[in-house]
Design a protein around this ligand. Sequence first.
Ligand SMILES: [Ca+2]
Length: 551
Amino acid sequence: MKRIGNAVSVVIFHLSIVSAGRHWHEPRGAGYDIGMNNKTLLVASLTVVVSLSLWIPGAVANAAQTAPNIVVFLVDDMGVMDTSVPFLTDDKGKPKRYPLNDFYRTPNMQRLAAQGVRFNNFYAMSVCSPTRISIMTGQNAARHHATNWINPRSDNRGPHGPPTWNWQGLTSGDVTLPRLLRKVGYQTIHVGKGHFGPDDSEGCEPLNLGFDVNVGGASFGAPGSYYGEENYGQNTKRSHHAVPHLKKYHGSETFLTEAITLEAKKRVSESVQKRKPFYLYMSHYAVHAPFHSDPRFVDHYKNSGKSKNAQAFATLIEGMDKSLGDLLDHFDALGVSENTLVFFLGDNGSDAPLGHQHAVACAAPLRGKKGAHYEGGMRVPFIAAWAKESANNANQKQLVIPPGSLQTQVAAVQDLYPTIAKVTGASSPEGHAVDGVDLSKLLTAGPDDSRDEVFLMHYPHSPHRSDYFTSYRDGNWKVIYHYIPSKGSEGGHYQLYNLASDPFESTNLADQEPVVLREMVGKLKSGLETHQALYPVSPDDGKTPLVPVIP
Ligand SMILES: [Ca+2]
C-alpha cells in the first residue's frame, strides 16, 4: 500500500512540473534551461529529492521518515489531582495515591502515563487565557500581559488591574506555535476551546492565529451546553456561548466531548491522507463549568456519596479521558501512532466543586483551586509520550521517552513552545522573546541541571478566588506577594512556604524566616522586571503602579 501511495505522489510531482513550467522539455539537470523560471527550478529540485527519497530501500527509507505528528491535548480546568493517575510522590519519590485518585476514573491517562513520562511539578497559570497564550507564544503571562481570563464582552481588568493589560489577547500579527509549524509543513488543526481574544477581535478566530482548521474555537471559555439535544447552547439562553461548527450533531445525543473528538479524528485522517504531518491542538471544553453530567458515565459515580455537581465533574473527566483513548486508537488505526508525540496537560488548577477555594479540598492534599494563589490553583497534570513505542522510529531514536517514568523537576506551560519547535525543526523568529525552556532533556526522565527550578505566576487582577497577587517558586521555597492585603492573604502582603517540609502550604513562615522572605521577594520582584510585567494600580489614584515592596 505504501509503495503504491509513493508511486502516486511521484506521478503527481511530475505532473506539477509540467504545469508549473511551460519551458520544461526534458529533465537534463537543474538550472541549465534558459527559459526555466525560478518556480520551476524549485519544483524540479524538490522532485529530484522527493523521488530519490521515495525509492530508496526500506531500511534507509525508515530513516527518512517524515516529521513527527504533534498533539497537545489540553483539558480545561483540570488539576493535578483530578485523575486516577497518581502524580504526587511519597518520601521515596514513588507515586502516591490519595483518595481523589480513587474517585476519578481515567484509564486512558493511565495508558498514556504507562507509555511515557509524567511530571509532578508542572505549572500552569491560574486561569484559562494566560495559559493558552503561553502555550501559543512560549512566553510567561507576565510578559504577554494577557494575565487574566479574557471576558469576551467587556474589559475585565478589575477595579485596580493594570489599565494596559492585554485584554485583546492574540492578534493576527503575533508569533504563534502553529504559525511556526505551518512554515515547516505541518497541517495545523484547532479543535475545541479557543479563548485567545474577545468577541470581534482577531484572536477570537483561531484561523487568524496560524491554524489551518478550526472546529469549535471562539472567544469564550465555557460552552453554552455540553448537550447535543441543546445544540451546544444555540437557541438557548446561553446562545452567546454556543459552540460553533457542530451543527450536524444538533438535536442528537452526542455529548460535546464526543462531538469534538469525532471531528478531531476526521481532521487528522484528512491530514494523513494528504501525507502532511499534523499539529493537533485538541482543546477540550471539558471539564469547565457548566457541570453537565455526561450520561455515558453517570453510573460510575452515583454511589460515591459526593454532591451532584462533583459527580457531574467526574463524568466530564471520564468523557475527556475516553476522548484521549479514542484518539490514541485512531492514530493506531491510521498507522501513525509510532510517529505521533502526545503532550497531555491541564490549563490551570482544579475547579472540582469540592470544598472551599483556599482549603485542602478539591485538589487534596494540595491546598486551593483554580484561580487561587496556592499550589492547587496552578499545579496541573502533564504527560508526554509517543502514542506507541517503537525502537525503530527515527524520531523516537532522537527523543527517547522511557515508559512509565516520572519527572520531578519544575516545568511549566510556556516550555511547550520551545520543546515542540525543537522536536519539529521549527524555528522561533529572532526578536520574539521566549521564556519557556526546551523540555527535551526532562522528557528522557533524566535530570537537567541547566534549568532553574523556578516558576513565576502573576495575577494583577480581581475578582477571582485570589486577587492581585504574584507568586514565585524557587526550589523548595515559594513566596506570595499580595499587592492589596485581604482576608485571603491573611491580612498581610507576604506568605512564605517551604514546599519540601510543608508541600500543602499549611504554615506561613513569612515572620519566622525574614532573611529567606527578603531574598525571595527580591527574586520575585526582579522576575517581574525581567518579564516587563504590568502592575496593579493604587486604589488611591487609580494610576500609580503598585510595585512589590521588599521587606
Ligand atoms: Ca481553564
